[in-house]
Design a protein. Structure first.
Length: 403
């Protein structure tokens, strides 16, 4: 039989030959088991997502306070490092810087806090009348027909909405007390975590590095250094520039006898530094509006002073203070302000730019760069000037000239 099998050239187990298609067909129970497994994975992933969202919503305010504490700790780092280089321990240096900042803040609040609060309250009450008087002055002077109610409607600021906002932010005695208690609790939380993030910065860096393979630890050091040197310096420089601007404008408004000179000066300093492009104009409009009702010439002087100070700040003060910090493109900075406000409210306008600065700097450090084609290297603006680093490039190629 073996010879017959061999002569026919067929295997001995021909009766067990596979039918085409049988090897690709799995038993039904295997398919069902895999379907159930996929279903359970999807259900588990959905539950994990729901739990994660719920936890994030529950801890959102606390995580936001941690973010503020981290930004404060990296803003303190240049001063902490200066004290460490002079022989002070990191813990003592962090405490000294933190208590110094608190002392300065308390001193400023003691000197100007009552004046600021009273003027801010008067400003809130006088603003609607100031808008109506300004609209009437514009209609009389330029023979226009603007209507205050139409302006409020366009801005979605109905009288009911204004009353609601005034009640929310003004509140009664109980509301003010609750707001003060919440503010103090949040402030203490930020200060405590900022101290530990600064004092235990080295330990925290080592702990995080111990969870990473050696090949990723240099990346951790680079990211940490960038966050401290660039982002921290950016925050400090903006705070310093905002302080100079607030003092300069407040003194100028006081000399002109502008109503509510202190809150308007602070508004000018903060908006001009932390709201890119349009912040200066926002800060000028409000004091100019109140000055316009008393003496139109004062409004002109405010615009002139704002223009002169802006040039002084841009060409002399900012290079002196921000020479070692990073630059953020104005469009990116403005977008980060809008995103920050949408996600975190008014405080997001302040911290949106530092967070964007850190992300952009880290991404720029680790991104892979490529050489430009000659056509891109020699591109020119509409005015004929070369853009970016192509100033020293040669004449355009034929393709570029054709374009």
């Amino acid at each position: 039989m073996s010879n017959e099998s061999g002569s026919e050239g067929t295997p001995a187990h021909r009766g067990h030959a596979r039918v085409p298609g049988d090897s690709d067909r799995r038993p039904t129970w295997v398919a069902l088991a895999q379907s159930k497994r996929v279903l359970w994975v999807l259900v588990a992933a959905g539950l994990a997502l729901l739990i994660g969202v719920s936890v994030f919503q529950a801890l959102g305010s606390f995580l936001f306070l941690l973010l503020l504490a981290w930004l404060l700790s990296i803003a303190m780092e240049p001063m902490v490092g200066w004290l460490i280089r002079r022989g002070m321990s990191r813990a003592m240096a962090s405490a000294a810087v933190l208590f110094g900042l608190m002392a300065v803040t308390v001193g400023i609040a003691a000197m100007f806090g009552q004046v600021f609060i009273s003027q801010a309250q008067e400003l809130k009450d006088a603003f609607p009348d100031a808008v109506r008087q300004a609209v009437a002055w514009v209609n009389t002077t330029f023979n226009t027909s603007f209507n205050t109610d139409q302006i409020y409607t366009a801005l979605q600021l109905s009288p009911e909405r204004i009353s609601e906002l005034a009640q929310r932010f003004g509140g009664g005695l109980l509301g003010v007390f609750g707001a003060v208690v919440t503010f103090i609790f949040n402030l203490v939380t930020i200060l405590v975590f900022a101290y530990y993030l600064s004092a235990d910065s080295i330990k925290l860096r080592r702990t995080i590095g111990s969870y990473l393979p050696p090949r990723y630890q240099p990346m951790l050091m680079t990211i940490w250094t960038i966050a401290i040197d660039k982002t921290g310096g950016y925050v400090v420089s903006k705070v310093i520039l905002s302080t100079f601007s607030s003092v300069a404008y407040a003194l100028f408004f006081l000399i002109l006898d502008v109503p509510f000179w202190l809150p308007l000066g602070v508004l000018m300093g903060i908006s001009g530094q932390f709201i890119p492009i349009i912040g200066t104009y926002i800060g000028v409009v409000v004091p100019a509006l109140f000055s316009l009702l008393r003496d139109p010439l004062d409004a002109v002087w405010i615009v002139v002073f704002a223009t002169i100070y802006q040039q002084f700040e841009s060409y002399w003060l900012t290079p002196k203070i921000s020479n070692r910090t990073m630059d953020v493109h104005p469009a990116v900075a403005l977008g980060s302000v809008f995103v920050g406000v949408a996600l975190m409210g008014p405080i997001g306008a302040v911290i949106g730019i530092p967070v964007a600065a850190a992300v952009i700097t880290i991404a720029d450090t680790f991104r892979r760069r490529h050489e430009l084609l000659p056509e891109l290297e020699t591109l020119q603006d509409d005015d004929g000037g070369s853009d970016g680093d192509s100033a020293d490039a040669g004449p355009p190629t034929g393709a570029a000239e054709t374009a």
